[in-house]
Design a protein around this ligand. Structure first.
Ligand code: PSU
Ligand code: MN
Length: 284
């Protein structure tokens, strides 16, 4: 049983060489948990489900790789281009390959100021369409979390918090928001996944797995950095696809690398839970 992994986190989410070492460690974590990792990317027009170490290294060092979501996946392939897959595009590839579980860091969501910018990630729509259980650490605190949860509810996407009653906020284990749903084992999550299929419901599930408390950055410490990075993005006119990578990079800088450390810890944690869920789904 396989677990898919995205590649935008490698090309746009972390600086080199941390992106490469993390990508390798995430694959190892999946294997140590007894599952098979499959990192997804488009290389010279081919959609790859599973990358060689040379391909991982190439992506990690590349400077001008396209960030592919549902809208641009086919176009990049038709042109013979190279691109990394976001949560949305990775879900599409996973579903086509028959892989039911995907582990990542955080999903895209409703950006702050979306009432003016209309910036809502295609990841949310994809969760309503592709039948994949996505293990994340919640949604990044750079987003408008209450609005992100509202949109997921509208789209009929189950948001399952693993083992606690509050929705986790990526770098922080908790937030003031209550968990929409809660489950305490991979077995339960797998059973819910199978039940959706049995009912013929389209779309997947979002699992929000809190970052281990030892690795978290308390929300209060992050808040001023997020406000500052968001303001800088507005001042510089950064929007669209460039916004999420810009905010992540600025917060890495403003936190002196602390957010990067937390990011790595939470992805490894998600890879392990994703592997457990994949094995439970396969065990049926
Ligand atoms: N989470 C991270 N790093 C990332 C992303 C998420 O820790 O780089 C990426 C994912 O690929 C996600 C994308 O799908 O950001 C969302 O981008 P947008 O907001 O433009 O849809
Ligand atoms: Mn966007």
């Amino acid at each position: 049983m396989a677990v898919t992994l995205e590649s935008t986190i490698i090309t746009h989410g972390m600086p080199y060489p941390h992106n490469l070492t993390t990508a390798r460690r995430v694959e190892e974590a999946v294997m140590q948990s007894g599952a098979v990792p499959a990192t997804i990317a488009v290389i010279k027009g081919q959609l790859h489900v599973g990358l060689t170490d040379e391909q991982l290294e190439g992506l990690a060092q590349a400077l001008d790789v396209a960030k592919l979501s549902r809208a641009d996946l086919a176009i990049c392939m038709a042109r013979g281009g190279t691109g990394s897959t976001t949560v949305a595009a990775t879900m599409i590839a996973a579903a086509r390959a028959g892989i039911e579980v995907f582990a990542t860091g955080g999903i895209g969501g409703v950006h702050r100021g979306a009432d003016a910018s209309f910036d809502i990630s295609a990841d949310l729509q994809e969760l309503a369409q592709s039948p994949v259980t996505v293990v994340s650490a919640g949604a990044k605190a750079i987003l408008d979390l209450p609005k992100t949860l509202e949109v997921l509810e509208t789209l009929g996407v189950p948001v399952i918090v693993y083992g606690q009653d509050s929705f986790p906020a990526f770098w922080s284990a908790t937030s003031p928001l209550p968990a929409p749903l809660r489950m305490d084992s991979a077995t339960q999550i797998a059973a819910a996944h199978r039940m959706r299929a049995a009912l013929g419901l389209s779309g997947g599930q979002l699992v929000a797995n809190p970052i281990p408390v030892a690795n978290e950055i308390p929300a209060g410490r992050l808040a001023p950095m997020i406000t500052r990075a968001t303001q800088e993005a507005t001042d510089q006119g950064i929007s669209g696809k460039a916004l999420t990578p810009y905010l992540l990079k600025r917060i890495h800088e403003l936190s002196d690398g602390q957010s990067l450390k937390a990011n790595i810890a939470l992805i490894l944690n998600n890879a392990r839970l994703g592997a457990k869920v994949a094995m439970e789904i396969a065990a049926g």
